[in-house]
Design a protein around this ligand. Sequence first.
Ligand code: NAP
Length: 279
Amino acid sequence: MKGGALSALEKLFGLTGKTALVTGASRGIGRSIALGYADAGADVAVLARSTTALEELATEIEKRGRRAVVLTCDVADHEQVHQAVATTLTAFGQIDILVNNAGGFDYAGPFLDLKPDDWAKVLRLNFESVVHLCAELGQHLIRRGSGSVINISSIAGVAGVPMLSTYASSKAALLSLTRTLAAEWAAAGVRVNALTPGWISTELTRTFAGNPQASEGLLSAVPAGRWGQPDDVVGAAIFLASDASRLVTGSSLTVDGGATAYVGGPTMLQLLGLGRVAS
Ligand code: NAP
């Protein structure tokens, strides 16, 4: 999208002239979204705790002819988040797109084994950090009368996931926050949506993806029959950031290979030994 007039399609789906802040951008889904946004024409501020990985990413963004800002920041630390937002506004002058992607869990296990601190840690990382970032940036977006906030939830926020109660609850809370902020900020021109990815192969899911038995078990509930890759999420993230979704707010867009649409268990085709319908 460099040089020349933009086509109608580029104006609709492109991000030329926009600036984005992507949290959790040092690897995985966040990194792919940051690069996708740069490809679509946006300048991108990339936030995470790993400076070296962010600097490498910034170089990639700059190679695409876009500006990049590196923000070494722990999203669970309010003062660091405040500084990161201020640095981005100084560098870019404005923020049009906020992608709240940083998140994860470091323990999967039965609900009854959880300690209060396990809950506090996951809620702080996956939910409170988003509350805080929205509070930091909300006024700026409302004052400008435009903007798109995209919260990276999960199918775990939609369906029950045994052994992941902290994570699933935090992702469900994100969906609720998304709907409420969307309703509160729509009149001001600010849109708030969520993405609910399914099983995506990243550092977060390495233990499951790397274990053939676990992987096969998980994929048996995914009609598409494969792990998603971080790049599979990029198109949906660009759509929600672009003018193509200008009347879309308070929604959640699912990128899960059909997992949440499917009742689970063996398919009728498998039960009848028919294999695929068509090759
Ligand atoms: P990942 O590869 O582990 O990446 C997580 C990112 O978040 C990294 O860039 C990490 O960077 C950053 N991060 C973690 N804690 C942070 C903190 N305290 N402060 C700032 N940054 C922090 O995971 P992913 O799979 O790409 O997940 C990205 C998002 O998608 C998460 O919210 C996750 O819940 C969601 N999601 C993932 C899947 C999946 O199957 N992978 C499915 C649904 C939803 P540093 O370590 O450098 O800080």
